[in-house]
Design a protein. Structure first.
Length: 130
């Protein structure tokens, strides 16, 4: 999601990044990387600050990687989890093989699990996922 309240390309961008680097480019860095879907809160100062929404990113060891909306974010994973930007009880992790299988099965980049029935919630509604 962007600051303008529009959906971004996080599902497509991060799924393509992990698939391209694991299956086609065979980039060693992406070995054992996982595509993650989960609830995250909007950035402070943004229009989405008081919202929680479904997002996609990549985790590799202790790193959080996000290639959505034409940018690259690579930070320590605990930074987001400690700040509660990521609602840890909501995170579903997929291997590259599972990513490929889900794309073929569902014919889209995600999210694939019915767990994410509420695409956008308020901070109060999302407390159960902390």
């Amino acid at each position: 999601m962007t600051d303008k309240g529009k959906k971004g390309d996080c599902f497509k961008a991060n799924a393509e990044k992990i698939l391209n680097n694991c299956f086609f480019n065979k980039h060693k860095f992406f070995e054992n990387a996982l595509l993650c879907h989960g609830y995250v809160s909007g950035a402070k100062g943004s229009l989405a600050e008081n919202q929680v929404f479904v997002h996609a990113w990549i985790e590799k060891d202790d790193l959080f990687l996000d290639f959505s909306n034409g940018i690259q974010i690579i930070l320590r994973k605990n930074h987001f989890y400690e700040k509660k930007r990521i609602y840890s009880k909501s995170v579903i992790r997929y291997t590259p093989e599972q990513v490929a299988q889900n794309i073929l099965k569902h014919k889209h980049y995600g999210f694939w699990d019915d767990f994410f029935k509420n695409e956008i919630m308020t901070l109060e509604e999302a407390k159960e996922f902390l």
